[in-house]
Design a protein around this ligand. Structure first.
Ligand SMILES: Cc1ncc(COP(=O)(O)O)c(C=O)c1O
Length: 468
């Protein structure tokens, strides 16, 4: 067989295919042998190449046919430029950074999700199997969610509710496919296009991105290792007339800050006195290490706090399930938005999520996972202190998945990130967690990713690139 003669047939047939309608039958192999003066083996080889390129499909005993989607000529999408218009709602850069899938041989500290080794995979597999066997898996669940899962979310918050406050009920809960879509729903319904939303700065890049998509303008309030100053929140609400404050009072992403009880009470007072909502994103509820999460929502039964809790990160990325707890007309608006956007979350996933979090083994798993997270956090902190002493940590967080590391002011952040990457270390530049200009050079380092054994080497690489 001659390779060059196979190539010759491939390029001739590519031209033929480009001009042929989808489904057209190629000349029979015998005809191709004659047309190209090639051996049957060479013709078969050429047809295989075309099939691998996705141009044709061989149907044994029938013939070879042109596939519907072919890529022999470049697409022309220029018309979409005018139809789509300007792209003001573009995703901010770091979303790509935090979600990227790195090659296997690098140390990755950029991701936002925990490594599989920290997740209850056996529990989840069992739960998915049971869910697939159950009745619920094949019927359409109510828009607000499976009643038992709604009751679980309400009950888990309700059991912390102090005397004198009415705990949430199952019907206050709306199940959504992950917190990210919950944030988008809340920003659309409670703020809306052109409206203003007060946020901590820095804050979760996904919230910045969801707000941009919803056409919402962000009003930043500075937030440090102890959380924001209540006077700043009050001023921002008063000056702008905004009626919604999005915050992460427990192990904030990225700073790791946990608000004290006093601060939480003061901010709740501010929000109530201004007739506003607080969206409490309790994303890291299950990732407590050295303190207890204490949701603000348990102190409010007036419908001011809208509580968002995800199971995606702690149960499994395969189980995209989160709960929004909202009361009053706000809950009805959120439900209407969810109905319009996603209609409902798969009953099988909801049943599996409920199965996992109601197993006795779930609590055992949480304790083991939290201990593993704490030792990873300590290992990373120690490695950074030893090998990158010019990098500064304001806070060793009591929970969550990340360290928020401040680099010296003169650092060229983009260059450090690039240099680290060329040395095999992927880190996320902190800029994308700021709703406006960054106030310093930061890196967000995730200690829950794969291979904690490489933390020491990661810190050495960073230290070297910082000139330590
Ligand atoms: C603060 C915060 N909120 C929400 C989310 C989104 O969570 P989910 O995976 O449930 O969409 C994340 C994910 O990183 C997060 O960090």
């Amino acid at each position: 067989m001659s390779q060059s003669s196979s190539d010759r047939i491939v390029s001739a047939l590519e031209k033929w295919i480009a001009a042929a309608p989808a489904g057209a039958k190629l000349p029979a192999s015998r005809a191709l042998v004659a047309d190209y003066g090639a051996s049957p083996v060479t013709v078969q080889q050429a047809l295989r190449v075309l099939a691998e390129r996705g141009l044709v499909e061989a149907r044994p005993g029938v013939g070879t046919f042109v596939l519907a989607t072919r890529t022999t000529r470049p697409h022309d999408y220029r018309w979409q430029t005018a139809a789509l218009g300007s792209n003001r709602r573009q995703l901010p850069e770091p979303s790509a950074a935090a979600l990227r899938t790195p090659p296997n041989d690098v140390i990755s500290l950029h991701s936002g999700y925990p490594d599989r080794a920290l997740l209850p995979e056996r529990l989840v597999r069992g739960a998915l199997t049971r869910a697939a066997r159950g009745e619920g898996a094949f019927s359409r669940p109510p828009i607000a969610g499976l009643p038992d899962l709604q009751a679980w979310f309400a009950g888990d918050l309700g059991k912390r509710t102090p005397a004198g406050i009415n705990p949430p009920t199952a019907s206050d809960v709306v199940i959504v496919p992950g917190s990210q879509s919950g944030l988008a729903a809340l920003f659309r319904t409670l703020v809306g296009p052109g409206g203003q939303l007060i946020v901590e700065s820095p804050t979760y890049w996904g919230a910045i991105s969801a707000a941009a998509q919803a056409g919402v303008d962000l009003i930043p309030v500075s937030s440090g290792p102890a959380g924001p100053n209540p006077d700043d929140v009050d001023r921002a609400l008063a000056e702008t007339g905004a009626r919604v404050f999005y915050a992460q009072p427990t192990y904030a992403n990225p700073t790791g800050a946990q608000w004290s009880r006093e601060l939480a009470a003061e901010i709740l007072d501010v929000v109530v006195s201004r007739g506003a909502f607080l969206i409490e994103d309790d994303w890291a509820h299950d990732f407590a290490m050295s303190s207890q999460p204490s949701p603000i929502a348990v102190h409010d039964d007036g419908g001011h706090v809208i509580y968002l809790r995800s199971l995606t990160k702690s149960v499994s990325p395969a189980i995209r399930v989160a709960g929004i707890i909202a009361r009053g007309p706000a809950r009805d608006r959120v439900l209407a938005d969810v109905a319009a956007q996603s209609m409902y979350v798969s009953g099988a996933l909801q049943a599996a999520a409920l199965d996992v979090v109601t197993q006795p083994a779930w609590r055992t798993h949480l304790r083991t996972m939290q201990a593993a997270l704490a030792s990873r956090r300590d290992l990373m902190v120690e490695s950074l202190r030893t090998h990158a002493p010019s990098a500064h940590l304001d806070l060793v967080p009591d929970g969550g998945l990340n360290l928020w590391l401040q680099l010296p002011d003169h650092t060229d952040l983009a260059k450090v990130v690039r240099d680290c990457e060329s040395d095999g270390l992927i880190v996320a530049a902190g800029d994308g967690w700021f709703p406006t200009e960054a106030t310093g050079r930061f890196l967000r380092l995730n200690y829950s990713g794969p291979n904690p054994g490489a933390f020491d080497e990661a810190a050495r690489i960073l230290g070297r690139r910082l000139g330590d």
